[in-house]
Design a protein around this ligand. Structure first.
Ligand code: HEC
Length: 152
């Protein structure tokens, strides 16, 4: 009888413990998942989803080229050759369109937080300045970059 009482006490204790810890782990799990957010390659910024044009929109390409000539060509060549920044050839294959547009419109935060942008900064040793490009103009620049990569 004495043994039975001890056993009952023990099992109540064990069940209570088990119940408690399982509650804790289920409520903690979703939080843990959120914390370990994998890099989706889209960069840091407001651009989350870009729809690409096929075929390319020639008006946008022209507009993008004009912006490139005035705001970007001092540091970026159309070829693969690096000057101050990387050459633009192949950039649309290296980067997701969202990443590229975030890099153009949200440069400072990208250089502070995005691992790929930080790697470039280590290679180039110059911080790309914020060029005050609107989202619409960045989209035109993206169209120009795709057109530049389509030319052999
Ligand atoms: C003063 C020089 C400078 C200007 C002007 C400049 N950039 Fe940059 N850009 C850089 C540098 C340097 C990097 C590499 C990252 C770093 O070190 O900051 C870079 C990186 C980039 C990248 C990533 C390239 C890759 O290979 O992944 C893109 C895209 C880009 N710039 C777009 C632009 C566009 C579009 C403009 C014009 C609106 C522009 N940049 C103007 C210096 C410049």
């Amino acid at each position: 009888m004495k043994n039975f009482i001890v056993f009952s006490f023990l099992s109540i204790f064990l069940i209570a413990c088990g119940g408690d810890s399982s509650k804790k782990s289920t409520s903690a799990r979703p939080k843990a998942k959120k914390a370990i957010k994998a890099d989706d390659g889209k960069g840091v910024g407001e651009i989350k989803n870009v729809k690409l044009n096929n075929p390319l929109d020639e008006e946008m390409v022209k507009k993008g080229l004009a912006i490139y000539d005035t705001k970007c060509s001092a540091c970026h060549k159309k070829s693969a050759k690096r000057v101050v920044g990387p050459g633009f050839k192949g950039v649309t294959e290296r980067r997701k369109p969202e990443w590229t547009m975030n890099m153009i419109t949200n440069t400072g935060a990208m250089l502070d937080k995005d691992p790929e942008a930080q790697k470039l900064l280590e290679e180039c040793l110059t911080r790309m300045p914020n060029q005050n490009v609107s989202v619409e103009d960045a989209r035109a620049l993206l169209e120009f970059l795709y057109s530049n990569d389509a030319k052999g």
